[in-house]
Design a protein around this ligand. Structure first.
Ligand code: NAD
Length: 289
């Protein structure tokens, strides 16, 4: 396929590289970076002209809307606009509506799996939009990822992503504060892991991404909390879920508290630039108030 790939940062560059390696004709666009081995266009219009699919991997919904205004008129009729960024549900739906009005297929397909998943081609895609567009994009999902789940109409992919990450933020905070309590009670962290990881307190945060260094599988905790998944990205996603909860009148008290705690950690107490599991040393060093 002829593919325009717009936004070649930490995630976009390795995703585009995997498409090139699989033999697709990819042209990149990014105002800041130009990854080695990827032909670059000087404008979105140049990259999208004659393309079958335009993929975006951008920082937020506002930038997505700006870029979409350039992609939509440039992509040939019947083309597919595939946004893989994590953005607010409203932006995803607005962009999909504009694309559909212009005779394009549109998908919101945020990912989980992080930078490693992007490099290894093992991302999970959560996809909202038209089923025909999903079928067109399926071979690309198979290259960039290990799984693509069709979630429903436009916005459903973003909805799945922010709900998943709200659970992740809450369980990571719960896991970290339980370790901090265990420390104060004199309970060995390894013993705590051995019990919880096989008991009803288990979760992905404990079992697959244990925030305690030297305990459980290798995780950012074993690398001085170098991200991994940066605390500020978790804060972004918790903000998106709170915006969506506000807009849809959903009661999400734990999500709201998780957002507050990550905001304090990231903005006021040194968490920016560390992995989101770095709340363990932060909480462990604190006293009750
Ligand atoms: P990044 O900041 O590394 O990359 C974003 C890229 O977009 C940058 O290279 C930037 O120059 C480019 N860009 C900005 N404005 C542009 C424009 N107008 N036109 C073209 N390019 C433009 O971010 P990232 O880590 O690659 O994340 C991208 C998206 O993926 C975000 O929505 C993020 O939430 C999501 N995500 C990231 C991770 C992760 O672990 N990094 C995991 C899952 C999802």
């Amino acid at each position: 396929m002829k593919i325009a790939f717009i936004g070649l940062g930490n995630m976009g560059a390795p995703m585009a590289a995997n498409l090139v390696a699989a033999g697709h004709d990819v042209m990149g666009v990014d105002p800041v970076v130009a990854p080695e081995g990827l032909p670059m266009a000087s404008s979105v219009a140049e990259a999208c002209g004659g393309a079958d699919v335009a993929i975006t991997m951008l920082p937020n919904g506002e930038i997505l809307r700006t870029v979409a205004a350039e992609v939509i008129p440039a992509l040939p009729q019947g083309g597919v606009f595939l946004d893989c960024s994590t953005v607010d549900v409203d932006s995803a739906r607005a962009v999909a509506g504009d694309a559909a009005a212009a005779g394009l297929g549109a998908l919101d397909a945020p990912v989980s799996g992080g930078i490693k998943g992007a490099a290894d081609g093992t991302l999970t895609f959560m996809v909202g939009g038209g089923e025909a567009a999903f079928e067109t994009a399926k071979p690309l999902f198979d290259i960039m990822g290990q799984k693509a789940v069709y979630c429903g109409a436009s916005g459903a992919g973003q909805a799945a992503k922010i709900c998943n990450n709200m659970i992740l933020g809450i369980t990571m905070l719960g896991t970290c504060e339980a370790f901090a309590l265990a420390d104060k009670l004199g309970l060995d962290r390894q013993a705590m892991f051995d019990v919880v990881s096989t008991s009803s307190g288990y979760s992905w945060s404990m079992n697959a991404y244990c925030p305690a260094p030297g305990v459980g599988p290798q995780s950012p905790a074993d690398n001085n909390y170098t991200p991994g998944f940066a605390a500020e990205l978790m804060l972004k996603d918790l903000g998106l879920s709170q915006d969506a909860a506000q807009a849809s009148d959903a009661a999400t008290p734990m999500g709201a508290l998780a957002q507050q705690l990550y905001a304090t950690f990231v903005n006021d107490e040194g968490g920016r630039g560390t992995d989101f599991s770095g709340v363990l040393p932060w909480l462990a060093a604190k006293s009750r108030d």
